[in-house]
Design a protein around this ligand. Structure first.
Ligand SMILES: [Zn+2]
Ligand SMILES: [Zn+2]
Length: 334
């Protein structure tokens, strides 16, 4: 099969011919139809994440059709259109028993990280990590679910955002823009914060009641019940926590720089009962819920461009340029 291979950190991906993987017991063989790419892929290419030596097949945002099965997998899976949870969880630990594959204590690996991902014609995945697509959903729309949309959905749930809460989304790229939609649909006042004017304008169009540059956000007198940080810069985070979070507020941290440390005023945290909430992807049930939210139109995937597999490097260049309005996907059918 064809695959885009990362042979050395820092290099461009190379189109190559590699064997089709065979599914182990409990696994599905999935013919990949669409693969979303995101900033995490750039971090992997740069060697910034510790996922072992290359070669790697990137692509952790995958939708496709079940084309084969390993021992013990129900034949009913064959031909099903699926999206894959990227955490190939053990299925046995405490977290897995609750369906929290994102928190697996004994994680064998993640698709497109430690394990081969979707920049190939086929991929294998434990059947427990596959979710059938709602009827009529395209693979391009579906592949966005397991990363950006699942993560922001999980963040909004984990922060227990209530109707009427004032919420600010700091950074309205691939995750933020979907958060704007979901929150606006829940009836919340959403403030979008970014440094790119075009992204702010787009956020307004998608339902943000306010769209502010980071400076204007910091200067303003408003405080927010929930701040969702998708930038993860330490000094800016401290400023936002100290000056922009309401009493009893929640600071939700999604993005981070590996190894970075943040400091917060502990007196303020205790006296004002503020919380800091970390976010990592989401559970398998939340992936089902995310796809349902998409099918019901509560969160519409924003796809900027779709390119064929052989042009995955060009797709990554679009992310590098930082000007995408939404996601870029590799469509294996184009
Ligand atoms: Zn991603
Ligand atoms: Zn587990």
């Amino acid at each position: 099969m064809k695959a885009m291979m990362l042979y050395r950190y820092g290099e461009r991906l190379a189109l190559d011919e590699v064997p089709v993987p065979s599914p182990h017991p409990g696994e599905l063989l999935v013919q990949v139809k669409a693969t979303g790419l995101c900033g995490t892929d750039l971090k992997i290419i740069q060697g910034k994440l510790s996922i072992g030596p290359p070669p790697h097949v990137l692509g952790h945002e995958i939708a496709g059709v079940v084309a084969g099965r390993g021992e013990g997998v129900d034949a009913g899976w064959l031909g099903k259109r699926v999206a894959l949870h990227l955490y190939c969880a053990c299925g046995k630990c405490r977290a897995c028993r609750r369906g929290e594959y994102n928190m697996c204590d004994d994680l064998p690996g993640r698709l497109g990280f430690e394990l081969p991902g979707g920049l190939a014609e086929y991929v294998t995945s434990p059947s427990r990590c596959a979710v059938e697509l709602p009827p009529g959903m395209s693979f391009e729309e579906a592949c966005v679910a397991p990363c950006a949309m699942l993560t922001i959905h999980h963040a909004i749930r984990r922060a227990r955002v209530e109707p009427g809460d004032m919420v600010a989304l700091i950074g309205v790229g691939g995750l933020g823009i979907h958060g704007v939609q979901l929150l606006a649909g829940m009836g919340n006042e959403v403030t979008a914060v970014d440094v790119v004017d075009a992204k702010l304008e787009f956020a307004r169009k998608m339902g943000a009641s306010q769209a502010l540059t980071f400076d204007a956000f910091q200067r303003g007198g408003e405080r927010y019940d929930v701040l969702i940080d998708m930038i993860g810069k330490a000094d800016a985070a401290k400023e936002s926590f100290d000056r922009k979070l309401a009493r009893g507020g929640k600071y939700v941290l999604i993005s981070f720089l590996p190894g970075a440390e943040m400091s917060f005023d502990v007196q303020r945290m205790a006296m004002d009962e503020c919380q800091i909430i970390g976010i990592r992807n989401g559970s398998i049930q939340e992936l089902r819920d995310t796809l349902a939210a998409q099918a019901e139109g509560r969160m519409k995937p924003v796809i900027d461009s779709a390119l064929p597999l052989a042009e995955a490097n060009a797709a990554l260049d679009l992310i590098r340029a930082g000007k995408l309005m939404g996601r870029v996907v590799v469509s294996h059918e184009s």
